[in-house]
Write a protein that binds this ligand. Structure first.
Ligand SMILES: [Zn+2]
Length: 452
């Protein structure tokens, strides 16, 4: 082997670099680049003629892929309607967020539905997994449990057992004896994932790979294998909150952006079938700085409370603090309010937060964000039975958003009686609900908060 086979790879995003650098240019992470031996590019020599591969036409040969239901509807929804046979799924998340709990419950649920399931733990001894199963009340589920990190032994076991589903917890602990790198390094994690995904496709076994999100250092994060799998799910939540969100960020067999909502309880994770009610449950009556956003998460409507606090600042450049919302979105909305409506936030700190540890990515949340900020600034409460949604353009116009009727329907279901929304053709209000359509931000401010 020549000396130039080592390369520099980012452990956070997997980008390859020619030399070491303090910061990764691809993802912006600090101290994430490590030196590693290159993956083998195969034996050198003349390029022998390969065999010709069979070709077919574009028409599908069969029906949709068969799916297995776990009976945990929040999980099945995120998977796109159940587990697809021979699929490879990555479940990423921060250490300690509850991934092992979720997957032990999931694998038990699939096993109880008649699937042959294996749970391979490289993180914990079998006894520790058994103790967790005991705590979760899952000891009766017919799951085969193994504690191993050597991938050659694991693949041999999988080949002998031929399960329908194998959970590998976690991909960072697995190692191949053919690769000269430490477990957890980018090359080991990639090679192990590649072997497992290839095995899944070839032998018709579904695999779920668990991946810990790592902040920095020598351990490769789940992003380095995202491109190899069919489905990428992230398990999110704030440690202080009991809610956990399972979010699909990629799914070859279903809608991306779909979420499942769970609640962490003493007996494990329980599914939350009516998240809107939960996220609004501890809302106080008519408080200034609070607005309820009628959002869409994946394929379902969900109501969330947006909270704002506006206070005089002692700093030369006032604070703009966000939790659960993109900071750039807040800056844009503040700039539009200033330029188009003449409301300035100079000298004022602005804090913005989504209640319950939720995260909002939709532009449709703009109007509720603006409503919460203005309500906090003017100290005027938005009626507690009102929902808001609509995208704010840079001109200050309110733009229609998708699924307006579904948003209104969800709000009506939860007892809201007023909605503020962008003016749009052919939107039916719901029974018992007053729909106030507005075309721009100036009209919204005038109607809700007086002249501003
Ligand atoms: Zn990077």
């Amino acid at each position: 082997m020549s000396k130039n086979t080592s390369s520099f790879t980012c452990t956070a995003c997997g980008a390859a670099h020619r030399k070491w650098n303090g910061q990764c240019e691809a993802c912006g992470g600090w101290n994430t680049i490590v030196e590693e031996g290159a993956l083998s590019s195969g034996p050198k020599g003349s390029l022998a003629k390969g065999r010709s591969i069979p070709l077919t036409d574009l028409a599908t040969q069969g029906a949709a892929p068969p799916r297995a239901s776990s009976g945990i509807s929040e999980l099945d929804r995120v998977l796109g309607g159940g587990l697809v046979a021979a699929s490879a799924i990555l479940v990423g998340g921060d250490p300690g967020i509850g991934k092992s709990t979720l997957l032990l419950q999931a694998v038990s649920a699939f096993a109880n539905k008649g699937l042959k399931c294996l749970y391979i733990s490289g993180e914990e001894a079998a006894a520790q997994v058994q103790m967790r199963a005991e705590r979760l009340g899952l000891t009766k589920a017919p799951v085969g449990l193994g504690a191993e990190t050597n991938l050659r032994d694991i693949l041999t076991t999988l080949d002998r057992e031929r399960p329908d589903l194998a959970v590998i917890d976690s991909i960072q602990t697995m190692w191949l004896d053919t690769i000269e790198a430490a477990p957890g390094s980018v090359s080991q994690v990639r090679a192990a994932a590649h072997e497992l995904v290839t095995f899944a496709k070839k032998k018709g076994v579904s695999v779920i790979l668990v991946g810990h999100v790592t902040k920095e250092g020598q351990i490769a994060g789940p992003r380095v294998v995202e491109h190899m799998v069919d489905t990428v799910l992230y398990f999110e939540g704030e440690r202080g909150h009991q809610f956990r969100i399972l979010r699909a960020v990629k799914n070859r067999f279903g809608a991306a952006d779909e979420i499942g909502v769970f609640e962490m309880t003493g007996g494990g994770l329980s599914e939350v079938t009516n998240p809107s009610a939960l996220f609004l449950s501890d809302r106080e009556k008519a408080t200034a700085g609070s607005a309820v956003f009628a959002g869409i998460e994946g394929t379902r409507p969900m109501l969330m409370e947006i909270q704002a606090l506006v206070a005089p600042s002692t700093l030369a450049s006032p604070r703009r603090t966000v939790v659960g919302i993109d900071g750039a979105r807040l800056s844009t909305i503040l700039a539009v309010l200033e330029a188009r409506v003449g409301i300035t936030f100079a000298g004022l700190d602005v804090f913005l937060n989504v209640a319950g540890g939720m995260r909002v990515n939709e532009p449709a949340a703009d109007l509720a964000i603006a409503g919460a900020i203005l309500s906090a600034r003017e100290d005027v409460a938005i009626p507690p039975d009102m929902v808001l949604f609509g995208e704010i353009s840079l001109s200050g116009a309110l733009r229609p958003v998708s699924q307006m009727e579904n948003r209104l329907k969800e709000a009506a279901k939860l007892g809201f009686t007023q909605a503020v929304a962008p003016r749009a053709a052919k939107v039916q209000s719901q029974a018992g609900m007053t729909l106030r359509e507005m075309s721009d931000l100036t009209a919204f401010v005038g109607e809700m908060f007086g002249a501003g």
